[in-house]
Design a protein around this ligand. Structure first.
Ligand SMILES: C[S@@+](CC[C@H](N)C(=O)[O-])C[C@H]1O[C@@H](n2cnc3c(N)ncnc32)[C@H](O)[C@@H]1O
Length: 206
């Protein structure tokens, strides 16, 4: 068991999922997905989904093919309980997204809220970006939401890397075209403000 996995298993073991700082009763990045007007048959992966309600929200909107990933098996159990009546429409993938075996040329949309910013090592970020390039269909979309330059320097007591739209675009590289972005303040369950930047990219070449 890697240290990173142990950290996250302990988070979900020792806390109610609704009390963790990143919890949202209504996932705000859904507005980025709504704006894309994707077909309800499209394939969406939420990486590092934790116990988020995003998958359930998408199913409630009519999407039929959702993949929920997390490094923590416990968080996936919670996520399964959110989606208990729709298990045919949801696949669960436990593992580190930087080295998990993913289907090739499969997803239409890759969604990440508060995961990419934990990748403080360049090598890990390169692996993550390669995973997108392999598993996403050409002209597919990527939504990444991370702490902004005005946001916290740590998340879940771990050091993170902050971004703005320029640094996130240059990190992803020339295969990805920035479509739109916005800044927002997330209010944690203990009423602290955390500034996020959410960017939507399109995969324009492989
Ligand atoms: C800050 S939480 C965000 C959870 C969720 N995306 C949300 O917005 O509610 C980060 C999540 O990423 C997961 N995680 C961290 N590193 C990961 C990795 N390398 N691969 C997959 N999941 C990871 C953690 O277990 C945790 O659930």
């Amino acid at each position: 068991m890697s240290n990173n996995k142990t950290h996250w298993e302990n988070i979900y073991k020792n806390n109610n999922f609704k009390n963790v700082s990143w919890f949202q009763e209504k996932p705000t990045t859904i507005s980025f997905i709504d704006n894309l007007n994707l077909s309800k048959d499209c394939k969406i992966i939420d990486v590092g989904a934790g116990a988020s309600y995003l998958g359930k929200t998408l199913i409630d909107k009519g999407y039929k093919n959702i993949t929920i990933n997390d490094i923590s098996a416990l968080s996936i159990e919670i996520s399964q309980s959110h989606n208990i009546h729709n298990l045919k429409k949801v696949s669960f993938l436990i593992g580190d997204i930087t080295n998990l075996k993913l289907p090739k040329n499969y997803f239409n949309l890759w969604h990440d809220r508060a995961v990419f910013h934990f990748l403080t090592e360049k090598e890990k970020r390169e692996k993550y970006i390669n995973q997108i390039r392999k598993s996403l269909l050409i002209h597919g979309y990527i939504i990444i939401s991370v702490f902004s330059l005005d946001g916290p320097k740590k998340c879940s007591s771990l050091t993170i890397k902050q971004y703005d739209e320029t640094t996130l675009s240059s990190e992803l590289g020339e295969c990805f075209k920035l479509i739109n972005f916005s800044y927002s303040n997330h209010l944690t369950p203990s009423n602290k403000k955390q500034n996020f930047i959410t960017c939507c990219f399109k995969l324009i070449k492989k």
